[in-house]
Design a protein around this ligand. Structure first.
Ligand code: ADP
Length: 460
C-alpha cells in the first residue's frame, strides 16, 4: 500500500509510532551493549534483555482480542507505538458504531411513536401471514394485540372468510370493507401493501370508515326511497298524458304542450329507473346470480336494438367469439354492454362507424366498443363514470341520456371483477373496454359451458 493513499496527518502519526517502536527496541539493545562492554557473557544476557520487548507484542494482541471479544469499550491510555495506533483506530470505529446505533435507536423510537399515534390500525405480517408487529389502534379496530399476538396467524384473529382469499389473491388495488367480528358496530376498510425482501411481508392498514359507511347508506337509501316514491306518481302522470294524446277529443293547441310534457315525463322515468338500477347494484358488493351468460347471444340482440336506434345513420361492425361465455349476472351484463353500445350511437354524429368486439385477451376476456366519432376531450375522461357527469349536457339530454349510464357500467364491472378503460382522442373517436379476469371466462361446449383452461387442457 502506498503512503499517498493516506492523509498527511495519518502518515505523520504512523511515522511517529514507528519511530517510537524503534526507540523501544533500541533501549534494550543499548542496555545489552552496555552490559557486554562491562564484560558480562552476552549469550545469556541478550534473551533476558529482549524478552520484555518481545513479550509486549503477544500481550497487547491477547489484550486486544479479549477486549473485543468482551465487547469492551477501548479507551485511553493507549499503548505506545504502532499498537497504540491499532487500539486508537479500533476505538474510533467503536465510537462511530455507537453513534450510528444511537441514531438508529432514536429513529426507530420516533417511527414507533409516530406509528402509535396514527389513528389507523397498522399490522405487519410475515411471509406466512403471521402478526409481526401492530400499533395500539390495531387492538381497538382489528383486535390484534401486540406483543400478545406475536406470530399468531392474522386470519385466526380476523376470521371473516373473505380475508384469507383477499390476502392470498395479491390484488391489493381495491380495499376490502368488513365489519370485524369482535365489534360489529364499526366498519373497517382494509388495505394491504406488500413490502420488504421480495415483497413477501405485508403491511395491513385498517381504517375506520363507520361514519362514511353510514353516510353512504343514508344517501343510498334516500336515493332508492325517493326514486321509488317518485316512480308511482310519475307512471300515473305518464299514463294520463298518453291517454290525453291518444284521445281524439284533445284540442290541437294542447297537443304540443302535452307532447313536451310526455317527453319530459319519459326522461324523468328513465332517470328514476337508472337511479333504482344503481341503488340495486350498490346494495350488495358482488353479483349473486352467477350463471353462464351467453354474451354472443346478448350482443347480437343489443346490436339489433342499436341498429334500430341508429336508424341507418351509423355503420356497424362486430367481431364476436361465438363460443366465449362469461360467468355473471345476465341482466347486469346486458345493461352494461347495451349502455356502451347505445352511447356510441347516441353521442356520435351520422356516418360514424361503430365496432363491437368480444374476444379473449392476453389475461382474460374483453368487450370493447369503438367509434370513429369526434372523441371526448381528455379533461373529461377521468370524470365520465361519475353520476350525472356529461360532456355536453344539452346534447346528452337531447339524445335521451340520463348521465347515469357509465356509472352503471362501472358498478356492474366492479361486481364482476372487471375493469373499465376509456380511451379517446379528439377527432379520432373513442374506445370503451371492459376487461374481465380469465377465471370468469367459459367456453361453449356441445354439452354445457366449461371453464376456459379446462377446455384448453389436452385430452388424456
Ligand atoms: P348519458 O346518459 O349521457 O349517455 P353516460 O354516463 O352513459 O350518460 O355517459 C356520460 C357522458 O359520456 C355522455 O354524456 C357523453 O358526453 C360521453 N360519452 C359516452 N360515450 C361516448 C361516446 N361513445 N362518444 C362520445 N362521448 C361519449
Amino acid at each position: 500500500m502506498s503512503g499517498a493513499r493516506y492523509p498527511a496527518s495519518v502518515r505523520g502519526d504512523l511515522g511517529r509510532a514507528l519511530l517510537l517502536d524503534l526507540g523501544l527496541l533500541l533501549v534494550p539493545v543499548a542496555l545489552g551493549l552496555l552490559i557486554t562492554a562491562f564484560g558480562l557473557d552476552p549469550a545469556w544476557i541478550w534473551p533476558w534483555i529482549l524478552l520484555p520487548t518481545l513479550l509486549r507484542h503477544p500481550w497487547l494482541l491477547i489484550r486486544l482480542a479479549l477486549l473485543i471479544r468482551r465487547q469492551h469499550r477501548l479507551a485511553p491510555p493507549f499503548p505506545l507505538g504502532l499498537w497504540g495506533e491499532v487500539y486508537r483506530g479500533i476505538a474510533r470505529y467503536q465510537q462511530r458504531g455507537r453513534k450510528s446505533r444511537k441514531r438508529q435507536i432514536r429513529f426507530s423510537r420516533r417511527f414507533r411513536e409516530a406509528a402509535n399515534a396514527v389513528p389507523d390500525a397498522l399490522v405487519i405480517l410475515d411471509k406466512q401471514h403471521r402478526v409481526e408487529w401492530a400499533n395500539p389502534a390495531a387492538a381497538k379496530l382489528m383486535n390484534v394485540r401486540w406483543p400478545e399476538d406475536d406470530r399468531r396467524p392474522f386470519t385466526e384473529i380476523l376470521t371473516q372468510p373473505e380475508i384469507l382469499p383477499f390476502i392470498e389473491a395479491g390484488e391489493y388495488m381495491r380495499p376490502l370493507d368488513i365489519a370485524p367480528e369482535h365489534n360489529r358496530t364499526i366498519m373497517l376498510s382494509l388495505r394491504i401493501t406488500p413490502f420488504g425482501e421480495r415483497k413477501k411481508q405485508r403491511l395491513v392498514v385498517g381504517r375506520d370508515i363507520t361514519k362514511i359507511y353510514h353516510l353512504n347508506m343514508i344517501r343510498r337509501d334516500f336515493v332508492a326511497n325517493a326514486s321509488h316514491e317518485l316512480r308511482t306518481p310519475l307512471t300515473v302522470i305518464a299514463g294520463f298524458l298518453e291517454t290525453l294524446l291518444d284521445a281524439p277529443g284533445t284540442p290541437t293547441p294542447h297537443r304540443r304542450p302535452l307532447t313536451l310534457m310526455r317527453n319530459q315525463t319519459d326522461r324523468m322515468c328513465s332517470i328514476i329507473e337508472d337511479l333504482l338500477t344503481l341503488s340495486r347494484l350498490e346494495m350488495r358488493e358482488s353479483s349473486e346470480e352467477q350463471e353462464s351468460v351467453d354474451v354472443p347471444d346478448e350482443l347480437h340482440l343489443i346490436l339489433q336494438e342499436a341498429q334500430a336506434l341508429s336508424n341507418g345513420r351509423h355503420g356497424f361492425e362486430s367481431r364476436i367469439e361465438e363460443d366465449l361465455l362469461l360467468l355473471g349476472s345476465p341482466p347486469e351484463l346486458r345493461s352494461a354492454f347495451s349502455n356502451l353500445v347505445f352511447n356510441a350511437v347516441k353521442h356520435t354524429p351520422d356516418g360514424t362507424r361503430i365496432q363491437v368486439v368480444w374476444q379473449r385477451g392476453i389475461d382474460g376476456v374483453e368487450f370493447s366498443v369503438s367509434d370513429d366519432g369526434p372523441g371526448i376531450p381528455p379533461e373529461h375522461l377521468p370524470r365520465l363514470t361519475e353520476r350525472f357527469y356529461r360532456v355536453d349536457r344539452a346534447r346528452s339530454r337531447e339524445s335521451g341520456g340520463t348521465g347515469l349510464g357509465l356509472a352503471i357500467v362501472k358498478h356492474v364491472l366492479n361486481r364482476h371483477d372487471g375493469r373499465l378503460r376509456i380511451m379517446s382522442e379528439l377527432g379520432r373517436g373513442s374506445r370503451f373496454v371492459c376487461r374481465f379476469p380469465g377465471k370468469r371466462a367459459l367456453i361453449r361446449d356441445d354439452r354445457d359451458a366449461m371453464p376456459v383452461d379446462e377446455h384448453e387442457r389436452p385430452a388424456q
